[in-house]
Write a protein that binds this ligand. Structure first.
Ligand code: AMP
Ligand code: ZN
Length: 113
C-alpha cells in the first residue's frame, strides 16, 4: 500500500536496520526498542492486522518460519524470546501493517498490563 510505512520499509524507500529477509518476509530493528532486542517481523504482502492476515494462513506460516530461522541463527532460541502482535486501539496498535514484535535479550517481566 502506497502510504504504508512498513510497505515502504519492505520496498526500501524508508531505511531500516534489517536482520532477516527472504522473498516474503522482512525482520528489522524497532525504532523505539522496549528491550535489549526488539525486532519487528512483517510479511511483504500488506494486511492491516492478524485477523486480516488470517485470510491467507500461509502468510502467517511464512512470518513464523522467518522468525524461527532468524532466532535459531542468532541463538535467541537458547535464551528465549517473546512474540507479540497488537490488534486495534485497546491493544495499542499504531502501525496498520501486520507486524510481530520479537522481544528478548534480557529477562522479561511476566506478561500482563
Ligand atoms: P504497534 O504499536 O504494535 O503497532 O507497533 C509499532 C511499532 O513500530 C512500534 O514499536 C514502533 O516503535 C515501531 N516503528 C514505527 N516506525 C518505525 C520505523 N520507521 N522503523 C522501525 N520501527 C518503527
Ligand atoms: Zn503495508
Amino acid at each position: 500500500m502506497s502510504d504504508c510505512i512498513f510497505c515502504k520499509i519492505a520496498e526500501g524507500s524508508i531505511p531500516s536496520t534489517k536482520v532477516f529477509e527472504n522473498e516474503n518476509v522482512l525482520g528489522f530493528v524497532d525504532l523505539h526498542p522496549q528491550a535489549k532486542i526488539h525486532l519487528l517481523f512483517i510479511h511483504k504482502n500488506h494486511t492491516v492486522d492478524i485477523n486480516d492476515m488470517a485470510a491467507n494462513p500461509v502468510h502467517i506460516g511464512e512470518v513464523f518460519q522467518g522468525i524461527a530461522e532468524y532466532t535459531k541463527s542468532a541463538g535467541l532460541d537458547k535464551t528465549g524470546f517473546r512474540v507479540v502482535t497488537n490488534l486495534g486501539r485497546e491493544a495499542g496498535q499504531s502501525v496498520f501493517h501486520t507486524h510481530f514484535h520479537v522481544v528478548g535479550g534480557e529477562h522479561l517481566g511476566h506478561f500482563g498490563r
